[in-house]
Design a binder for this molecule. Structure first.
Ligand SMILES: [Zn+2]
Length: 146
């Protein structure tokens, strides 16, 4: 793992962190996602990406384990109690509405997946600090690789 591939856990300035998060909400293949995928591969899990046929188009799906993984940006998805979950001072109402809609959508997605028999694992970007802590997180959250 190269040092310059690991910006996720660094203490980024607010502006940098925010623009990063704004990219993250729309895009696929964000840096946190790539780190999770790399860790899963290293641990021997097989997975698929962005399955459009599932509610919420989960970032990563482990079909055999019937597990859907979402890698959430703390800012957009409102990680509770997380320092990255700040609210912009300007147009606070606008942001508040946007955030509430995001959180509500995440809840609906999780429910819909569970109703279809999927388990759901949410990984917050702030939890992806080092390859080691990510391995620990995944080992804790997942049954053994097949
Ligand atoms: Zn967080």
């Amino acid at each position: 793992m190269l040092e310059n591939e690991m910006p996720v856990g660094r203490d980024l300035g607010v502006t940098a962190a925010r623009s990063k998060n704004m990219r993250a909400v729309k895009g696929k293949d964000t840096q946190p996602e790539l780190l999770v995928r790399r860790a899963l591969r290293r641990l021997g899990y097989r997975f698929r990406l962005h399955r459009k046929d599932l509610p919420g188009r989960p970032d990563i799906v482990l079909p055999r384990l019937h597990l859907a993984i979402f890698v959430h940006g703390c800012f957009w998805h409102r990680h509770e109690g997380c320092p990255r979950t700040s609210t912009p001072k300007t147009r606070a109402d606008f942001w508040q509405q946007k955030f509430e809609a995001n959180v509500a959508r995440d809840r609906r997605t999780e429910l819909a997946l569970r109703e279809l028999g999927w388990r759901v694992l949410i990984i917050w970007e702030c939890e992806i600090r080092t390859p080691l802590s990510l391995d620990a997180l995944l080992n804790f959250g997942l049954p053994n690789a097949e």
